[in-house]
Design a protein around this ligand. Structure first.
Ligand SMILES: [Zn+2]
Length: 215
């Protein structure tokens, strides 16, 4: 199950990169991203975080620590440019691999998580702007390989919960900042698009929450 999940994750991330590369309609591309990212946010909040708090009372603190450290990394990263965002994506992929191994994931949550890799693949590919297409695909491929690396990392049971909580914070930060970046970039050129973006993100969040409640 977890092996299958890892394979699905990597494929979805790469598919996202291909979709981004092949779709010329930026509005469609962006609305699709918002749907997936909204979904991801709600799954972290309604499923991954509650799971990590079980028998681990400090989980919320660790989640905040995860968010704070990504925030600090992004501040330091401003000097290095947008490639730090790519590194952040890579680190978050590693964390997701860890989560895949540490958690017992039910099928609906798995579908949600796999779906959120599509926009993430798109975001990663978009961040590599300015490079040759071939380089962008190679880099995207390498970044997606951090998922199986995280899934295979030998992590003892007793620190799996704190790491899941930390990963939840990291995922939440990466997903929400990706969404903010996409929205601000497009709202600049076209103000009427913001309500569409909000609707798609919200729909994604509702879908994610409902699917977690069903399971
Ligand atoms: Zn993710």
């Amino acid at each position: 199950m977890n092996l299958l999940a890892t394979v699905l994750f990597v494929s979805a991330e790469l598919l996202g990169a291909v979709i981004f590369w092949a779709t010329k309609d930026t509005v469609k591309r962006m609305l699709l991203s918002c749907l997936g990212l909204g979904f991801a946010c709600s799954i972290v909040i309604t499923d991954i975080i509650p799971d990590s708090t079980e028998n681990f009372p400090y989980a919320y603190l660790v989640v905040i620590l995860g968010i704070a450290s990504m925030y600090l990394a992004s501040k330091v990263g401003k000097f290095i440019g947008k490639y730090s965002a790519v590194l952040g994506m890579g680190f978050h992929n590693f964390c997701e691999g860890v989560v895949l191994t540490a958690m017992t994931i039910n099928p609906i949550v798995l579908i949600g998580l796999v779906l959120h890799k599509l926009p993430e693949g798109m975001v990663t590919f978009a961040l590599l702007e300015g490079k040759k297409d071939k380089t962008r695909f190679i880099m995207s491929g390498l970044i997606s390989l951090l998922i199986p690396l995280g899934a295979l990392a030998p992590i003892p049971e007793e620190i799996a919960k704190p790491i899941t909580a930390f990963a939840a914070g990291v995922i939440l930060f990466v997903v929400s900042t990706s969404m903010i970046n996409i929205v601000t970039e497009h709202a600049k050129n076209n103000e009427s698009i913001t309500s569409k973006i909000a609707t798609m993100s919200f729909m994604g969040a509702i879908l994610g929450t409902v699917s977690c409640l069903i399971c």
